[in-house]
Ligand binder design. Sequence first.
Ligand SMILES: [Zn+2]
Ligand SMILES: [Zn+2]
Ligand SMILES: [Zn+2]
Length: 343
Amino acid sequence: MKTTGDPILSQTPHRRYNPLTRDWVLVSPHRAKRPWQGKIETIPSERVPAYDPDCYLCPGNARAEGVRNPNYTGTFVFDNDFPALLPDAPQESVDESGLIVARTEAGRCRVVCFTPRHDLTIPRMSVQEIRAVVETWTEQYAELGGLPFVRHVQIFENRGALMGASNPHPHCQIWAEAELPNVPALEQRSLLEYRERHGSCLLCRYLEIELERQERIVCANDAFVALVPFWAVWPFETMILAKRHLTAIDELTTAERAALADILKRTTARYDRLFQVPFPYTGGPHQRPTDGAPHPEWHMHWHFYPPLLRSATVRKFMTGYELLGTPQRDLTAETAAERLRAV
Ligand SMILES: [Zn+2]
Ligand SMILES: [Zn+2]
Ligand SMILES: [Zn+2]
């Protein structure tokens, strides 16, 4: 199969392979033939105040258990009041015939408020303000990753009620734990095997191909590229790749931290412009585990998984064939990239 401009990829039903997760996605471009009319169904935008006395993340407000937030002026980090993981879980396991298998898991969950302003979002924050968030992530990655039992630190943002975010205040969560979660574990295996087989980095090579072809690139700056991955499952899924081979956020130079802030702002601003609505998504980085090994196979990248399909009100659900078989999409990654580039 040839790649770029090949009518197979733009006209014929086909499966695309994700070399990171070793999954396939079924693409049915013939079903997306109807012309894109750029129809916008805006949903009435709720007026969000800069400060909400009922928000448990706003400065000075009370959280669960009566803890009060300080009057913070920049980013603000605290231990999640209802953590999914506990640092002092005793080490125990269950194994019945290899079929009923469980292990206790120790971890720590934190919340990072990006700004005291209740009404801001990443695309509406200044690059300077987002850079402060990047710096906080870097500190947290080092601090949590430095805990003796922590082997992996996952930073993630759920934005919008559609993605289950319980509060519009701009914030993310960080879950640090003893074991590698499923997706990073799978990606690590793929990155490692590629490196062993080819002596080079899977994502460095992938980025080279994408930069040659240009058709799935959304935007770029000196240090990062945002693109719709060839194997994207979600309609407007994107991936942000560091141009330089670096394994984690702690290897960024000062200039690269600013560049990361810049590309996060530009990518999410395109999302908001696409359907003229604050675009819901789950986003976060994948990077080197914190088990103390150098992990040269890791190449830091960001994933954005937004659920919106054709407008502010039509979302993609994984149902039917997708739950029982394989994820499927009509809109090709190339067309999605073109639309994100155009806004
Ligand atoms: Zn708030
Ligand atoms: Zn690389
Ligand atoms: Zn990844």
